[in-house]
Design a protein around this ligand. Structure first.
Ligand SMILES: NC(=O)c1ccc[n+]([C@@H]2O[C@H](COP(=O)([O-])OP(=O)(O)OC[C@H]3O[C@@H](n4cnc5c(N)ncnc54)[C@H](O)[C@@H]3O)[C@@H](O)[C@H]2O)c1
Length: 438
């Protein structure tokens, strides 16, 4: 057995802060509060509902993940964040229309207390939004104001640790530039109001500078630049992203590894969907859609490895469409048409029609990634990119020169083995030889 890592004890609450307090964030907060009160179950959360096998098959040790790991208890979490609208979590949840109004009304007194700080916002980066609840100053001053908010939140809520999860709108498509290559260049950019630094990067910088782990639930660049990776190594604040793996892409990363495992070819994969929430409206802008499209398209290439399997996946035509359709609200409908081929090249088709609820799928991911990032920090894991959390993302951030793993099941194995390693348990290889019974 390997040695268990030293894990710092918890001496106060964990504050989970979300820049962006819209559909995902309000569904996450409301859900956790409902679960605390025994009104709902944490369905979809690996840390709360999942079990993990330990030791040999014959040992029959399969504790709940939350009993195996020293994670923050749900009763010891405080919620906060920033938004360009002043709405409390109650108002945001009513507006999002994801959870039942009865449940929201039952929890109203608590939900109304949770209100966003003024946001760091610039319409240049999210064309379809406008709000008045925003901070002013140079980009460096804005970062300092976010840090001051975090200090204030910590004190007000009796927190000894914080984690930040970006749940804000998808910003326009941007590429890494000179400004992003070193901490010095980045800080100069902040002081000089560089256009290369969007709001999501300002929050990420503020968090990481304070040693607070940062996860990015949207596909925009945000923390995914060398300067912030370097800073996160220095402050040992874990960094991960991008884009919650939910909906259509979740289905893709479940199905594609299966086709590949059975050596079935794919000629084309056409995905389209309709959704009518604010996220859909933001993505109606071509510049924000471009960011999302890049994140969604990268998945199949890395799972299917067309270079290694040219006969099966060399000519795959992959198309992704998102259509803003207000009547649907958060209840997205996603259609996939998959043209596959089998023995002797004979074609077949699979149609998937997923009537999903986007924020219902994303909310448990916010909880899991916050609890696990906090665990990683307390266990003294090195800062920088937390590859072991790729399980949660459509477009996992990777260190320079490394290819992301998109296969959900390989990601799950990596996550579980990392947790075993943190806790001093053997990794499980599923070799199953009589001599070691693993
Ligand atoms: N719902 C899902 O399943 C899912 C999956 C993957 C990714 N995402 C991403 O997560 C993000 C949140 O999704 P959502 O459905 O909650 O969207 P939403 O529009 O309901 O909420 C986003 C909130 O962010 C706020 N915001 C925008 N810019 C901000 C800024 N600079 N500072 C603070 N607040 C800001 C908006 O006012 C809004 O309230 C989006 O980027 C979306 O693409 C969602």
């Amino acid at each position: 057995m390997s040695e268990k890592l030293q894990i710092q004890p918890m001496n106060g609450k964990l504050g989970i802060l979300t820049p962006g307090m819209g559909a995902v964030s309000s569904t996450f907060v409301t859900g956790v509060i409902a679960i605390r009160q025994g009104l709902r179950l944490p369905i979809g959360s690996f840390t709360q509902m999942g079990h993990i096998r330990l030791g040999k098959r014959t040992d029959d040790r399969q504790p709940l993940v939350k009993n195996f790991l020293p994670l923050s208890d749900l009763n010891d979490i405080a919620f906060g964040g920033w938004d360009i609208f002043e709405d409390s979590v109650y108002d945001a949840a009513v507006n999002a229309g994801v959870l039942e109004k009865d449940l929201l009304d039952q929890l109203k007194p608590e939900l109304e207390q949770i209100k966003p700080y003024k946001a760091v916002f610039d319409k240049y980066y999210v064309k379809k939004l406008d709000g008045t609840h925003v901070k002013t100053g140079t980009k460096m001053e804005l970062a300092e104001q976010v840090m001051a908010d975090m200090e204030h939140f910590k004190k007000e809520n009796g927190c000894d640790r914080l984690v930040m999860v970006w749940c804000g709108s998808t910003e326009i498509y941007m590429k890494s530039t000179e400004t992003h290559q070193s901490i010095e260049a980045f800080e100069k950019g902040l002081r000089e109001d560089s256009v290369d630094i969007p709001p999501s990067m300002i929050y990420a910088y503020a968090a990481i500078k304070m040693g607070v782990p940062y996860a990015n639930g949207a596909p925009n660049l945000s923390g995914d630049v060398p300067a912030l990776e370097q800073l996160s190594m220095e402050t040992r604040a874990g960094l991960c992203g991008k884009d919650f793996k939910t909906g259509q892409t979740l289905m893709k990363t479940i199905l594609a590894p299966g086709f590949k495992a059975r050596q079935l070819g794919i000629a084309g994969w056409f995905s389209t969907n309709i959704l009518g929430n604010r996220d859909g409206e933001v993505l109606d802008d071509p510049e924000s859609f471009k960011t999302k499209e890049v994140s969604k398209l990268s998945v199949l290439d890395t799972i299917l490895q067309p270079d290694l399997y040219p006969d099966l996946y060399g000519d795959l035509y992959h198309k992704v469409r998102i259509n803003y359709y207000p009547p649907r609200g958060d209840n997205k409908e996603g259609w996939d048409n998959i043209d596959i081929f089998g023995w002797c090249g004979r074609p077949m088709q699979i149609k998937v029609d997923f009537l999903c609820r986007d924020s219902i799928l994303a909310a448990p991911l916010v909880l899991d990634m916050a609890l696990l990032l906090d665990l990683g920090k307390r266990a003294g894991l090195p800062g920088g990119i937390q590859e072991w959390l790729s399980f949660y993302f459509k477009s996992p951030v990777m260190p320079e020169g490394q290819t992301a793993e998109h296969d959900l099941f390989i990601q799950q194995t990596k996550l579980k083995n990392t947790l075993r390693w943190i806790m001093g348990e053997e990794a499980i290889t599923h070799l199953g030889r009589d001599s070691d019974e693993d």
